[in-house]
Design a protein around this ligand. Sequence first.
Ligand SMILES: [Mg+2]
Length: 298
Amino acid sequence: MAERKKPKSAPAAAPAYPKKTIALVYDFDGTLSPKPMQEYTLLPKIGVEPEAFWAETNKIAREQEADPLITYMHLMYKKAKAANIRIDRADLVAQGAHVELFPGVEAWFAEIASYIGIRAETHGVTLRHYMISSGLTEIIEGTSIYPHFQKVFASEYWFDAYDLPYPKRVITDTGKTQYLFRINKGVEDLGQTINQHMPEAARPVPFANMIYYGDGDTDVPSMAVMRKSGGHAIAVHGPSERQRERCVDLFKAGRIDFFAEADYRRGSQLFSRTCLLLDRILADIRVQEEMWLMEQGL
Ligand SMILES: [Mg+2]
C-alpha cells in the first residue's frame, strides 16, 4: 500500500486587518434614476398617469391610515387587474430595462473602482455597492446596473400566493436603516435576524467605511443613522432649483457631508466629492490597520 505523503503545512500567513471593505450604499428613485421606477415601467404599461396614481395612493393611505408603500403596491395591481393586464415577475424584470438612469451611472462603478485602484494604500481594500430601495426588487433586477451590486435590498412581491400579488417585503423609510446595520454586521442573508448583539469590534464593515447616497426626505432616517454612527452621507439632486433646495436644507440640518447634482460622470462635482470621502476613508483604514498591527505585537 502506497504511503500517503503528509501534506506540508502551509506557512502561517501574517494576520490581516479584517476591516478593509468600503461600502457605497444607494437609494434608487431620485438618486440613481430621475423618476420613481414605476413611472418607466408598470404605470405606462397599465396606462395610468403617474401624478394621479401617486395622489390616489397618498389619499387612500391618509384616509385609511395605511402604510403608503403597501398601499401603492396594492393599488398598482388592482389597477392592472382592472385594465385586464396580467403582470408576473418576469414581466416586471423585463420592464426594468426601460428605467432611465442619471448621466454617468452606468460607468460610475468602473470609474470609482479605477480611482480606488490607482492608490498605493488601497492594497487589500474591497469596494462594494449596495442598494436599499422602497421600489421593487423585480424592476431593479432588470436594470443594466444590477450586476454591480453586492446586494439589493428592496420591496418585493409574492406572485403566487393570492389572486393579486401580495407584498413579500416592504422597505419603508425607517425600515431602510435595518439594512444599513445588515451591511455593518455582515448579515446580508435576510433569513437571518439582525437583532442579536454584535460588539463593534466584530462588525466587518464599520460605518466609518460607508457612504450613503440619497435624494430627499425619505432618506433622512438612513442619513441620520449614518452620521450618528460615524459614517458618511451625500445627497443628490436633479437639475431643478427646487430639488437643489431640498439638498441645501439637508445640509443645513447636518444630515449630510456633501450634496451635488446627480451627475455620476468622472470629473463631476459628485464624483470629486465622493473621491474626497474615499480618500479620508482609505487614510482612516490605514491608520486603524496600523494600530491593529501594533496591538497584535507586529
Ligand atoms: Mg429617493
